[in-house]
Write a protein that binds this ligand. Sequence first.
Ligand code: OFO
Length: 170
Amino acid sequence: MLIGKIQDALNEQIKIEAESSQIYLAMASWAETEGLGGTAQFLYKHSDEERMHMLKLVQYVNERGGKALIPQLSQPAIGYKSLTNLFQTLLNHEIMVSGEINNLVDICLTEKDYTTHNFLQWYVAEQIEEEALARTIMDKLSMIGEDKGGLYLFDRDIDSILITANSENQ
Ligand code: OFO
């Protein structure tokens, strides 16, 4: 059975994951309207993944005899100055999420809830991967700078860039 403090913290994390999904959905939509089809597809997928992170939490809270709260969400940003600006925002957001996951892990240890602690290890690993991916993208973008041809290739090849980065990070 979940105790109140852990349930509250998990419900807070449900909101963070849901907002992540909305933010990346808005980013995808912006990229699509800017003609950045490859980036848009990457972000649509990323948004779906965040929804899956949220669902896992909802089901975990309910399975443990708690009550998951489905939150009201705030309106995400509707536009970005550039791709670099978008991916810097994404990286900052993931760093914030990692901090929140670490706080959750901390609460579990203080409250001696080792089951939830174990459940959260998947999120800890996921955050390492997501931050690494976002940093790889930022490195590529800083190499490309303002070069239009480079940005065109980045958008066309974003999936393969990420597959390579993923295997290098494993
Ligand atoms: Fe991108 O993070 Fe969920 O957990």
